[in-house]
Write a protein that binds this ligand. Structure first.
Ligand code: GDP
Length: 439
């Protein structure tokens, strides 16, 4: 996420870290570089200037020049300022009301329909009865798309394909929601490729008719300053309650994430990081600032793990590890759970310092494919006891998995080393010699 910006900020900070002595002159140079990194990332110029002015002031107030770790203190100040810029605290959506009505607005292609599906899944997980409403009267395909997503997440989709009046559709949808005892109604509206008066008028009418609990504006983060300008226009007409940033998994530069809140003064509530229905996260300004600064985001990593990992399975595997019985079946199960947590490169980037190390690696979840293929080509017995695999079996496994002998041998060797390591740790633990930190 925001690799370019990360690199440039990192370079800016290096000019400080590399200096034996920090002076007012090199702080000023660093500030200038930080500002340039922000504007290069398509952050609104005024926003970038305000932020760096504040960083400078804080750096002087906190006497960065004479601090013990001036470089670190400076990075911390930038982290605080970026956090504040993005809204300081996470803002939840309001689901009060019976039913609560959430109106989704934005340009075509911004990711509205995808987000509507994700939000429905997210709210359903909280045990609430949800209705999705397809209110796009121009693109019949949009109705079908929402229906597919609704089916995927197990949420009813209301639509009236023959009805060409959006206000009448949403009014009927609301009545249907009340009849069928829905607690939350999510209305996906029509978008256009660019802002136009007819669209604005229509969505304004829909908003009036619905009187929504919450209006969310969805915006494609890849569009940078355009995203900010569109947000401004929509906000003037709709006075929305929050922003949803989509496509943060792509190579967006960061400008939208960093400037939108400052420009429209509305919080970013969600961020979307993929096309799958679970690629939705609450937007935490502090965590995002840490990620931008390459400080990782361990809290989000742990939360994702909690969502993806099945407790019983984790306990079962833990017990097997303790008895030194961890085998390839367990390994495969772990691999599959890790993949559920999301894109592997993104996950590694959440570990402090790791983002920089993996940024140039060509790494994605497909990288696991050969490993999975090799394990799948083993017999159940071989998975339990890999030590029985001899050379002729290795060759068979390689042929069966479309890999080569070397790859199979390597995997077996690494697996063996991993088991030895587990055993060592178990012994240390049993004898009470485990260092505190490792426990
Ligand atoms: P709408 O026209 O605003 O309803 O936009 P869609 O929901 O149809 O999304 C447009 C395209 O962007 C589709 O191909 C989606 O799969 C894709 N998309 C939506 N959100 C994301 C995201 O967070 N990441 C990525 N990579 N693609 C997304």
């Amino acid at each position: 996420m925001f690799e370019n910006l990360q690199n440039k900020l990192d370079k800016a900070f290096k000019t400080l870290k590399g200096q034996g002595r920090i002076t007012e002159i090199n702080v000023a140079a660093t500030i200038k570089e930080v500002r340039r990194a922000l504007t290069d990332a398509d952050v609104n110029y005024k926003v970038a200037k305000d932020v760096t002015d504040r960083v400078k002031q804080k750096a002087l107030d906190r006497k960065v020049l004479i601090a013990v770790e001036p470089g670190q203190l400076f990075v911390k100040i930038v982290q605080e300022e970026l956090t504040e810029l993005m809204g300081t605290e996470a803002k939840q959506i309001n689901l009060k009301g019976d039913p609560a009505v959430i109106l989704i607005a934005g340009l075509q292609g911004s990711g509205k329909t995808t987000f509507s599906g994700k939000l429905a899944a997210y709210i359903k997980k909280q045990g609430k009865n949800v209705l999705l409403v397809a209110a796009d009267i121009y693109r019949p395909a949009a109705i079908d798309q929402l229906k597919v997503l609704g089916e995927q997440v197990g949420v009813e989709v209301f639509s009236e394909p023959e009805n060409k009046n959006a206000v009448s559709i949403v009014t009927n949808a609301l009545a249907h929601a009340k009849r069928t005892n829905k607690k939350v109604v999510i209305v996906d509206t029509a978008g256009r490729l660019a802002v136009d008066e007819a669209m604005m008028q229509e969505i304004e009418n829909v908003k009036k008719a619905l009187n929504p609990t919450e209006t969310l504006f969805v915006v494609d983060s890849m569009t940078g300053q355009d995203a900010v300008n569109t947000a401004k226009t929509f906000n003037e007409r709709l006075d929305f309650d929050g922003v949803v940033l989509t496509k943060l998994d792509g190579d967006s530069r960061g400008g939208a994430a960093l400037s939108i809140r400052a420009v429209v003064n509305k919080p970013i509530k969600f961020m979307s990081t993929g096309e799958k229905m679970d690629a939705l996260d609450i937007f935490y300004p502090d965590r995002m600032a840490s990620r931008i600064l390459g400080m990782g985001d361990v809290i989000s990593l742990v939360e994702r793990a909690q969502q993806a990992f099945d407790d019983d399975e984790a306990r079962r595997i833990n017990a097997k590890m303790r008895k030194n019985q961890f085998d390839f079946n367990d390994f495969l199960s772990q691999l599959q759970q890790i993949k559920k947590m999301g894109n592997i490169k993104d996950l590694l980037g959440m570990i402090p310092g790791m983002g920089k190390m993996v940024k140039d690696l060509d790494l994605d979840n497909q990288s696991f494919a050969p490993i999975e293929a090799i394990i799948s080509s083993m017999t159940p017995k071989e998975r339990e006891r890999p030590d029985i695999i001899d050379t002729s079996r290795k060759k068979r496994i390689a042929a069966g998995s479309g890999t080569d002998l070397q790859q199979v041998t390597n995997l077996l060797k690494q697996f063996d080393e991993m088991r030895k390591m587990m055993k060592k740790m178990n012994n240390m633990q049993a004898s009470g010699k485990m260092p505190k930190m490792m426990r």
